[in-house]
Design a protein around this ligand. Structure first.
Ligand code: BT5
Length: 250
């Protein structure tokens, strides 16, 4: 990755949307959009992301990896690992990864990641990596029972600037490892070391239906290996499927 160039905004609809506007206008890899507040923060599959002012990290990074489109989904997992490492080293909090794109503390969600790619003639034009971290919120709306902030566990206000810098440093390092091989082979072990689902029973929510099994780790491509009740190991794709704990969110 070339040098990072950070744009700070007070308010925007969505930092992912803004990064896409920059991507369409030909901006270089390494452009980072950070906003204090998002009025239309996006989750995956059309869901919304609650992004109030003065509390969280809402940021998106423009990437231009020289890889085929099918390699992009692993970027979400790479970023989950980078942000997890950064939060651990900047705050000492025991953050874990919930496959594929969430970070959790004490079983609740402190971070979500949304990776979007733009292709033309089946070639990858660019990727927008969107990261939302709940840093200093002290409460959440009733409709978000699993939302949690770093401050709610740390018991003190945390420095968002420092966390952003820590995240970007880890991301830069992990992204270089990821583009070198085009998959997660250099990051898989570390990812699994922080994976909250590892060896845990999971409910797999796929378009074809719901089934249960035990999560056994990830593939180099970012799929989750789940041992089903018939003893078969099934690779579950991160683009199409969510997992939950058998009794709740984890
Ligand atoms: C995600 O989606 O977790 C991806 C979130 C990505 C947000 C970042 S912020 C910067 C960038 N710009 C954007 O517009 N987006 C990215 P998903 O796995 O689909 O989870 C969404 C679900 O999480 C929602 O349906 C809610 O249930 C819940 N949720 C919404 N806001 C939340 C929050 N602040 N904290 C925790 N959970 C939240």
């Amino acid at each position: 990755m070339q040098e990072l160039k950070i744009i700070y905004l007070d308010e925007i609809d969505s930092t992912n949307r803004e990064a896409r506007r920059l991507g369409d206008a030909g901006a270089a890899e390494g452009m980072v959009v950070v906003a204090d507040r998002q009025t239309g923060g996006k989750g995956r599959l059309g869901r919304t992301w609650f992004s109030p002012a003065g509390t969280g990290i809402w940021m998106s990074i423009l990437l231009r990896p020289n890889l085929p489109p099918e390699k992009v989904s692993a970027i979400t997992l790479m970023a989950a690992l980078s942000v997890c490492r950064a939060i651990r080293s900047e705050t000492g909090l025991n953050t874990q990864i919930k496959w594929p794109n969430d970070l959790v503390i004490d079983g609740k969600k402190v971070c979500g990641i949304l990776t979007e790619s733009v292709t033309s003639d089946s070639q990858l034009k660019y990727v927008v990596l969107g990261i939302g971290v709940n840093v200093n919120q002290t409460e959440f709306p009733e409709g978000l029972p699993y939302a949690w902030s770093l401050r709610m566990t740390a018991g003190r206000e945390l420095d968002r600037e420092r966390l952003i810098e820590g995240c970007l440093n880890c991301l830069k390092e992990d992204y270089e490892r990821y583009v070198r091989s085009g998959d997660l082979r250099e990051l898989r072990q570390k990812y699994e070391a922080h994976l909250v689902n590892l060896n845990q029973p999971v409910r797999v929510l796929s378009p074809a239906g719901e089934w249960t099994g035990v999560a056994k780790g990830i593939t180099d491509g970012g799929d989750l290996n789940v041992l089903n009740d018939q003893g078969e190991l099934i690779a579950v794709n991160s683009g199409e499927v969510s997992v939950r704990g058998v009794y709740g969110y984890i």
